[in-house]
Design a binder for this molecule. Sequence first.
Ligand code: OFO
Length: 170
Amino acid sequence: MLSKKIQTALNNQILEETYASHYYLSMASWCDQSGLHGSAQFFYRHSQTEKDHMLKLFRYVNDAGGHALVAAVKEPPRQFKSLAQVFELTLEHERHVTKSINALVETCLADKDYSTFNFLQWYVAEQHEEERLFQYILDLIKITGLEGRGLFLIDREIAKLPESAAAKNS
Ligand code: OFO
């Protein structure tokens, strides 16, 4: 049975994952509007990945006897300056989510909730992979550049990237 404290912390993380899903969906839309259709496909997929992260938490809360909540999230930004800025923001956002997961893990340990602690290890590993993925894309952008054909080539490469591209390319 989840304590009130852990239940609230997990519901807050559900909100974080929902916001991440909306944020990446907004990025997908901006990419589509900007003719960056490969990157748009990548962000549509990644938005769905974040929704899956949210649902995994949602089900866990209910399965563990708690009450998973569907709360409102703020609207994400609509406009971005460039593809490079989009990926800088994604890495920044993933680092923020990592901090949030780590804080949640610490709360579970302090509360002696070893079952939720164990469940959260999947998220700890996932965050590591996601930070590597976005760092990999930023490195690719730095090497190729976004001038002329560079933008076209990067967009095409990003479309092909699986979720675990960073792991496969290291
Ligand atoms: Fe982007 O990560 Fe969810 O957890």
